[in-house]
Write a protein that binds this ligand. Structure first.
Ligand code: G3P
Length: 217
């Protein structure tokens, strides 16, 4: 499973990138707001650092507007994936932009039928929002499983990009089900390394090591 970082925090992305953990980056209008940065400036900086796809989201609500904005965002760098919402207008924009050979990420997906339409429209990525379904007491992972099954049934090339990931457990479940990509905030990716028994075991080793009186260096 590829790891995308769901953030426009350049320092946090760089930290993970140094460890080879970053296969791509996703942003959206809320993430740009949080960064306090100009969308084109911060996206360019991220694209220079990360070689994989960097999603930048359009904000027009009509297809022509999305297409225009998408082409403008794609001028930032070759690795831009244009993000459009899963509306009928977004599907039209997806078809046009993907026919032009551009990467398109169709976002705000909450049903398997929406994902099926996005694949038919030539999406490079479909972004089902796990956490927001969980917020409604639904199981977001059921949606990933349904999309996986449908895409595999018909050999669709659209990649399932599990989004709205809120926990390390979400990352594990997405990987078990077979999401192609999971995008998560930096703190969630880092939290995957945590285990109470690791901390406990390390404490015990340190205590015993001190008792040996030895040094390695
Ligand atoms: O990848 C989509 C993500 O940014 C939305 O996450 O936590 O706002 O539902 P969240």
């Amino acid at each position: 499973m590829k790891f995308f970082v769901d953030s426009a925090d350049v320092e946090a992305i760089a930290d993970l990138n140094d460890l080879g953990m970053v296969d791509g980056v996703t942003t959206n209008p809320s993430i740009i707001l949080k960064s306090g940065r100009d969308i084109k400036e911060v996206t360019r900086e991220i694209c220079e650092m990360v070689s994989g796809p960097v999603s930048a989201e359009t904000v027009a609500l009509d297809a022509d507007g999305m297409i225009g904005e998408g082409r403008e965002l794609a001028r930032i760098a070759d690795n831009i994936a244009i993000k459009v919402p899963l509306t009928w207008a977004g599907l039209k924009a997806c078809k046009t932009l993907s026919d032009e050979g551009r990467m398109v990420n169709v976002t705000l997906c909450f049903s398997a039928n929406q994902a099926l339409l996005a694949a038919k429209a030539g999406a490079t990525f479909i972004s089902p929002f796990i956490g927001r379904l969980d917020d409604l007491n639904l199981d977001g992972m059921d949606l990933i499983a349904e999309i996986r099954k449908i895409y595999d049934n018909y050999d669709f090339g659209t990649q399932i990009l599990a989004a709205s990931i809120r926990s390390a457990n979400h990352m594990k479940e997405a990987a078990l089900i077979g999401a192609d990509v999971a995008t998560a905030p930096p703190n969630v990716i880092k939290s995957m390394a945590n285990h109470v028994l690791t901390d406990k075991g390390l404490d015990a080793f340190m205590l015993d090591w001190a008792k040996t009186g030895q040094k390695i260096l």
